[in-house]
Design a protein around this ligand. Structure first.
Ligand code: AMP
Ligand code: GLY
Length: 419
């Protein structure tokens, strides 16, 4: 099988690393990739947004499986460009990608199909905003109705704060921008990712992301400063409730709406006192969750994703390796607002099977590794216990340095904190 992974982050390095073990590095391409993906496959310098060149490349290189990492190309319809071609795309077409690219559409899908989620309303140009926000006395979340690279959500603790948030959102996105007002929910956040052919879904381990920059969930929101899996506090009963009230109605909803879906489906969940609630869908693998889920997968990733493309996901049994996986993200100075790049990266650590390094914003220049983005490296530790996995990850981090390197010291510790 010849595989191409679209994207340039730590998620794509992890996906390509696993596929390379299964189909051989000569059969793996990463488009455009980064300094790390060079060692597990071949980097191809095409922008993920350039769908014409991607189609041409896939034809020329006889790619069988094209795995799309980021949401942008999916929302733009990359997967719709391949009907009748040899290449099968793991990632949904533009119609189903609206589950991520339009918050208003995703909420209407959830409400229409009985998916457990918070109450919500759409705010448009003519909406009486103060009246609308009266519906949410315990707090409201204002969301921009489009792809916003993680910057489109404002969590407010009162209707008054909600009014100010609507004003801020309109200033940022335009007075006519559609916004979603959603009931503020309280609890523990969990990411659950499955791979699906649109009929059957195969769930991977539940994971937790760490969104804020600083320890103790303080500081600004980021793309994710680390993740771990599985989540010991998520009981079997909670997981079956998620499957019953969120995952199953979603799969039924896709069928009823006639939406074809081959790809990863990410459920961003809040575990509240009243049960699990869906905050958002992503139509792709999460980053940094993928960096822990892929090493945790005992089976062949390429076979699993291929089966989704061939509508045989129901025949697959997904088994995960025992133990825990912890990913510590090493970020540039100034991240997330204004990352400083072009700084040399020194990694004096040994290669170890239980402490992996997945590259993200890193390029190779004149034989040296240089920072090239906000999130630079992902260091993933594996251990029989969560403590051991955390210790392995941080021990490996201690061999890496670059000027201004920022990272959290408490990745995985949330497992013991009561929300
Ligand atoms: P989203 O893109 O919808 O997942 O929102 C990004 C982040 O905002 C989530 O990871 C949560 O931390 C927070 N958030 C979103 N919706 C809600 C909600 N209804 N209640 C509380 N927090 C929320
Ligand atoms: N980890 C959250 C995301 O990938 O959007």
């Amino acid at each position: 099988m010849r595989v191409a992974v679209v994207g340039a982050g730590g998620r794509e390095h992890a996906l390509a690393w696993k596929c390379a073990q299964e189909v051989g590095p000569d059969n793996v391409y990463v488009v455009p990739g980064n300094a790390g993906t060079e060692s597990v496959g071949r980097n191809v310098s095409i922008a993920p947004s350039d769908s014409d060149s991607l189609v041409q490349f896939a034809d020329q290189q006889a790619i069988d499986l094209l795995i799309v990492g980021p949401e942008g190309p999916l929302a733009a319809g990359l997967a719709d460009r391949f009907p009748g071609k040899r290449t099968k795309v793991f990632g949904p077409g533009a119609a189903a990608a609206r589950l991520e690219s339009s918050k208003a559409w995703a909420k209407s899908f959830m409400h229409r199909h009985g998916v457990a989620t918070g109450r919500s309303s759409v705010i448009e140009a003519g909406t009486d905003v103060p009246v609308c926000l009266r519906e949410y006395p315990d707090g409201v979340v204002i969301k921009y109705d489009g792809l916003a690279a993680g910057k489109g959500v404002i969590v407010c603790d009162s209707a008054e704060a909600g009014l100010a948030a609507v004003a801020r959102a309109r200033a940022a996105w335009g007075a006519a921008a559609h916004l979603v007002a959603e009931e503020r929910l309280f609890g523990d956040e969990v990411s659950l990712i499955g791979v699906t052919d649109g009929r059957s879904i195969r769930l991977l381990h539940p994971a937790q992301d760490h969104k804020q920059l600083h320890d103790g969930d303080q500081g600004p929101n980021t793309g994710g400063m680390g993740a771990y899996c599985p989540v010991p506090r998520l009981t079997a009963a909670a997981l079956s409730s998620i499957e019953r009230t969120i995952v199953a109605p979603t799969m039924d909803g896709l069928q009823r709406d006639g939406l074809a879906y081959c790809g990863a489906l990410y459920f961003g969940l809040m575990i509240t006192d009243d049960g699990p609630r869906l905050l958002e869908y992503n139509v792709r693998f999460g980053d940094p969750e993928t960096q822990v889920l892929v090493p945790a997968l005992a089976d062949s990733l390429s076979d699993l994703l291929w089966s989704c493309c061939c509508h045989t996901a129901h025949e697959q049994v997904v088994s995960m390796r025992p133990g825990f996986f912890v990913d510590v993200v090493l970020a540039s100075a100034g991240y997330p607002d204004a990352p400083v790049t072009g700084v040399p990266v020194i990694d004096a650590g040994p290669d170890q099977p239980d402490a992996l390094v997945f590259h993200a914003g890193v390029v190779r220049s004149g034989g040296h590794l240089m920072t090239a983005g906000g999130r630079v490296l992902n260091v993933v530790g594996h251990g029989v216990t969560l403590d051991a996995a955390i210790a392995r990850a941080y021990a490996r981090c201690s061999h890496i340095c670059f000027e201004g390197m920022q990272f959290r010291r408490d990745i995985g510790r949330r497992a013991w904190v009561t929300a």
